[in-house]
Design a protein around this ligand. Structure first.
Ligand SMILES: [Zn+2]
Ligand SMILES: [Zn+2]
Length: 179
């Protein structure tokens, strides 16, 4: 098993290596990062946001065309939404092993605070590991410190730790262990 991370050219430069390393450490599966080859689709002009469902389909198409069997996580900088939500930090589709996260609302600058690369790496890692957790069959968790907790705000995201709670960890290990 192996996780592919595609880092879009508009995503924060220079952070892909520490993010990939930390996601790999949190999940316990090797991760490689490369420039993005997926077509960025789903931009909605009136909202200035990308429809995450449409983008997931684009990832699915790419994976199919290139016979990529392993999970693929795309990191983009444009803001994401999905039907019924004004925005989402990220979205995953387990059936096809495709996930996307946006860095648009993960930087301090978005909230009028001073930028900090360590904060940003931390948040991209948590969001990325969360969506990859879904790809490995995990659902949302009620433990506010667990990676699989679903944050609605930046503070809730920051409150999470870069780890799975014992229950989620157990499910993750079971999923990753061949029968
Ligand atoms: Zn989730
Ligand atoms: Zn949990």
């Amino acid at each position: 098993m192996h996780i592919h991370i595609f880092w879009d050219s508009l995503s924060p430069p220079g952070l892909q290596m520490p993010v990939a390393r930390t996601i790999s450490a949190v999940i316990g599966v090797p991760a490689t990062v490369s420039e993005n080859h997926v077509r960025i689709m789903g931009y909605v002009n009136e909202r200035k946001q990308i429809d995450a469902q449409v983008l997931l389909e684009s990832i699915q198409t790419y994976k199919h065309r290139h016979s990529v069997k392993e999970p693929l996580l795309l990191v983009i900088n444009q803001d994401l939404f999905k039907n019924g939500n004004s925005f989402v930090f990220g979205l995953a589709r387990q059936t096809v092993g495709a996930a996307v996260i946006s860095t648009a609302r993960l930087g301090n600058e978005y909230y009028g605070r001073d930028g900090n690369d360590d904060d940003l790496i931390d948040r991209i890692t948590k969001e990325g590991a969360h969506e990859v957790g879904h790809l490995f069959g995990l659902e949302h968790c009620g433990n506010q410190e667990c990676i699989m907790f679903r944050p609605d705000t930046l503070d809730e995201l920051d409150r999470k730790k870069k780890m799975f709670c014992p229950t989620c960890r157990e499910q993750l290990v079971a999923h990753l262990t061949p029968d």
